[in-house]
Design a protein. Structure first.
Length: 226
């Protein structure tokens, strides 16, 4: 029930790459509208925040004009609410994926990269929006958290929700077994001391060593369970 490593995330992404690209394309095309670029840059994030609430794997959402300049603050997903809203006026015209999106009428997705904000693997998707005359109005850019997206697609959200409880129960079991092992080792040590005392006192009780063997065997058995 442990959290996926970056290697596992990449492997799962390669397996579900096509499904993720279709998901990003459907999201971007669903709400793509040239009228968004005419809204006030301060009001726009409020209008787009509902989309981030609906899709919990969205990290950031923002718009670029036809020159690659960001025209609104970053719209943060639920996991980035504590991050300051920044980004307005940023120049992204040198991004290789922006340059790819300029010449494409379909969704352009980046390769996976490590986010500098959350230290998780992410990817971004660009969609060009055109005017009625065919000229470029701007671009919609969507950043997603890859582990959360995989969880969403595979229907594994319930496992993630209950994971802390499973970890807590497992920790209690491990601590209990460890305590039992310590207790048995303590009893085995006492039996060893009794055997040594019996040797020096000429005690003819032949069963004393078996107690040590029994306690040590039980302690090793309990130790192997965790």
């Amino acid at each position: 029930m442990s959290k996926m490593s970056h290697i596992n995330v990449i492997e799962n992404y390669e397996e579900h790459r096509l499904a993720i690209q279709h998901l990003l394309s459907s999201i971007l095309r669903c709400f793509s509208d040239a009228k968004m670029f005419d809204q006030n840059h301060e009001e726009l994030p409020e209008n787009l925040s509902s989309l981030c609430e609906y899709y919990p794997f969205i990290s950031l959402l923002y718009l670029l004009d036809d020159k690659g300049q960001q025209t609104c603050m970053n719209v943060s997903g639920r996991h980035f609410k504590d991050k300051s809203k920044i980004g307005y006026g940023s120049d992204r015209s040198k991004s290789p994926y922006y340059l790819m999106a300029v010449d494409s009428n379909s969704v352009v997705a980046t390769e996976t990269y490590l986010s500098s904000v959350c230290r998780e693997l992410c990817l971004s998707a660009y969609l060009k929006i055109v005017n009625e005359d065919g000229s470029t109005k701007g671009f919609i850019v969507l950043d997603i958290d890859l582990p959360s997206t995989l969880t969403f697609l595979t229907g594994d959200s319930k496992r993630v929700h209950f994971e802390p409880y499973f970890k807590a129960v497992y920790s209690i079991i491990v601590i209990g077994l460890f305590s039992v092992s310590l207790l048995l080792l303590y009893l085995a040590g006492r039996e060893c001391w009794t055997v040594f005392q019996a040797l020096f006192s000429n005690n003819d009780d032949k069963l004393l060593p078996f107690g040590v063997v029994i306690y040590l065997t039980l302690a090793l058995s309990a130790d192997s369970l965790y």
